[in-house]
Design a protein around this ligand. Structure first.
Ligand code: ZN
Length: 174
């Protein structure tokens, strides 16, 4: 799939200090496979950038929010989980980019695609959980406590003595 992720910024560069919205929504599959060992962006999901571009003289700074859906397996119970990531971005595009820090500004255009891809990969959940208190892989063997069922008093030193047992306590043969 071919989707344009190139943004023309000649208008910004003509007027240093000027700002304007930079918005882009692309299908995840247009950015290549987006996933880690813990989570993936479904290919049909959309990666959405809602940002502002600002010319600062030589470079162009894109500041805003990146949103995208993700899917994975809960790290504890292995059930499928999904969610949406919202990541704040502030990325610099300049004619002579610094490796791993800034992105190329090629004439009057910037390609947002590689930046989107990198931010997605860096912000996918590392430890997906179905819920913060997921109890683990086997709820049958490790049930959460159910109140009102018998046996709750056993072994509980704090509980007041049951009057029914008080008589037995006095039946001592010592
Ligand atoms: Zn879970």
């Amino acid at each position: 799939m071919k989707v344009r992720t190139v943004e023309h910024v000649a208008d910004l560069r003509r007027r240093p200090g000027s700002q304007r919205p930079v918005r882009l929504t692309v299908p995840a599959e247009a950015l290549g496979p987006l996933g880690t060992s813990a989570a993936v962006v479904p290919p049909e999901g959309e990666v959405d950038l809602d940002a502002v571009g600002e010319a600062t003289g030589v470079d162009v700074v894109v500041t805003g929010t990146l949103r995208f859906p993700w899917e994975g397996d809960c790290r504890r119970c292995l059930q499928p989980v999904s969610g949406t990531v919202e990541a704040e971005v502030r990325e610099v595009f300049e004619p002579t980019p610094v490796e791993a820090e800034t992105w190329p500004l090629d004439g009057d255009t910037v390609d947002l695609g590689p930046m989107l891809r990198e931010v997605v990969l860096l912000t996918l959940p590392l430890v997906p959980l179905c819920s913060e208190d997921c109890s683990g892989p086997d709820p049958e063997r490790f049930p959460t406590t159910v109140e009102g069922e018998g046996g709750a008093d056993e072994g509980d030193d704090e509980a007041p003595p049951d009057p029914r047992w008080a008589a037995l306590d006095e039946l001592r043969f010592d």
